[in-house]
Ligand binder design. Structure first.
Ligand SMILES: *Cc1c(COP(=O)(O)O)cnc(C)c1O
Length: 430
């Protein structure tokens, strides 16, 4: 890469989730991305790569989709940002209407905007706690979350997290969460404990950062019933699963479930602008209405809530879903990916493979039963090797992640899986 850029990056930057000593080491040659078209990213040296993880799970219709680019350009020329505290703007209003329309009528009817997945979850927690206070049940102020859950990195969202290496260190900052590993564990809770619960938070169908772990089929539907029986609010974190990734617009549709809260972010703007939305029901919303002096107001917000650029991009992304019939076009790709993964499973160093829609997690192992020692960073080495074969992705420990933009072609899927196969063979031997 351009040596000036590399040197300046290493001199001035601190990258997320990155051991910076490795990053700054002379032998690390960072990829500087300069352009994206469809599923292809180009670096500063003109090398091209397939975007194998949708740029950290965000991109939906491919990079630089003309419709989304135009929407952002047009909006930027008119109004890039204005306050959402006391004012409103067209794109934010129209997007809210569209989002509500993606759910069954009269279910999720109110939209609260934030900036990212963490804050979309965080505001749901605050809404849930305040809701129960306003409903005269202030004792319902605790949350249940699942083992290995990931809901973001701000302190509130991280309190829900159940991944030891990410979350344990910050335990002194976190509020206590009742952690369960399964629906059965939840069902085993005693009545006094349940009576303190404001809500239960879950990544429906598949836990992403846990390593693409699938919930048993039907679990979400049963969880919904449990919440109804026990007066506990259901908070779905669809930050990763939203916007077609699982084969339907939202993961909860697979089991016909509607939550009290749904958190949307990553793919909301098609993967172009930081934007998030938390949707809730009219019942929750109505509890916050009253005279100002009653102090029922939700005192929560961010400077960039309802950002017109992000909302314009999100509107354009939803239009592309309609125009290109993205969800219908996805079904054969999901089947094709399944076939490719089935073939990959015969590699001696591939263990379990999990697929949910266009999301795949591929475990790499020493042999079919034994995992690699985590310190060996085998997954990271394989992804570095796959990069040489034209694929960019990032593992979760020794789980390789493949979740390309939804516009991916069968040819690109084949090339992506081939690059992973080559990476696995070059790192682990055949
Ligand atoms: C990425 C992610 C988050 C956090 O979103 P950010 O935009 O990174 O704050 C929360 N929940 C899930 C399921 C995610 O995948």
């Amino acid at each position: 890469m351009n040596p000036d850029l590399a040197a300046a990056d290493k001199a001035f930057l601190w990258h997320p989730f990155t051991q910076m000593r490795d990053w700054c080491a002379p032998e690390n040659d960072p990829v500087v991305l300069v352009e994206g078209r469809g599923c292809t990213l180009t670096d500063i040296q003109g090398r091209t790569y397939l975007d194998g993880n949708s740029s950290i799970w965000t991109n939906i219709h491919g990079h630089s989709h003309p419709r989304i680019v135009r929407a952002i350009q047009n909006q930027a020329a008119k109004l890039a940002h204005s306050s959402f505290l006391g004012f409103t703007n067209g794109p934010a209003v129209r997007l809210a209407e569209k989002l509500v329309g993606l759910f069954p009528p009269q279910t999720l009817t109110r939209v609260f905007y934030t900036d990212d997945g963490s804050t979309a979850v965080e505001v749901a927690l605050k809404m849930a706690v305040q809701y129960w206070q306003l409903a005269g049940r202030p004792g319902k102020c605790r949350f249940t979350a699942f083992e290995n859950a990931y809901h973001g990195d701000t302190a509130g969202a991280a309190s829900l997290g159940g991944i030891g290496v990410f979350h344990d260190r910050f335990a002194p900052l976190n509020f206590p969460v009742l952690r369960v590993d399964s629906l059965a564990a939840l069902e085993a809770l005693d009545a006094p404990t349940i009576s303190e619960l404001a809500g239960v938070v879950i990544e429906p169908l598949i836990q992403g950062a846990a390593g693409m772990r699938l919930w048993p089929q039907g679990m979400l539907r049963e969880l919904r019933k449990w919440c109804d029986r026990n007066e506990v609010l259901l908070i779905l974190d669809e930050v990763m699963t939203g916007f077609g990734r699982t084969g339907k617009m939202f993961a909860c549709e697979h089991e016909g479930v509607v939550p009290e809260f749904i958190a949307l972010a990553k793919g909301l703007s098609g993967g172009t602008m930081p934007l998030a939305a938390t949707l809730t029901t009219e019942k929750i919303f109505a509890a916050f209405l009253g005279d100002y002096a009653e102090m029922k107001t939700l005192f929560y917000g961010h400077s960039y809530c309802g950002n017109p650029l992000g909302c314009a991009a999100a509107l354009a992304s939803l239009e592309v879903f309609e125009e290109e019939k993205t969800l219908a076009a996805l079904q054969p790709k999901i089947r094709f990916l399944g076939e490719l993964l089935h073939e990959l499973a015969s590699e001696p160093h591939v263990g379990d493979i999990r697929q949910c829609g266009l999301i795949a997690g591929i475990d790499v192992v020493e042999n079919k039963r034994t995992p690699h020692p985590w310190q060996a960073q085998t997954g990271a080495k394989i992804c570095a090797a796959a990069r040489e074969h034209g694929l960019l992705t990032r593992p979760i420990r020794d789980t390789l992640v493949l979740m390309p933009p939804l516009c991916v072609t069968e040819d690109e899927l084949s090339r992506a899986v081939e690059a992973l196969r080559s990476g696995i063979r070059s790192v682990c031997g055949t």
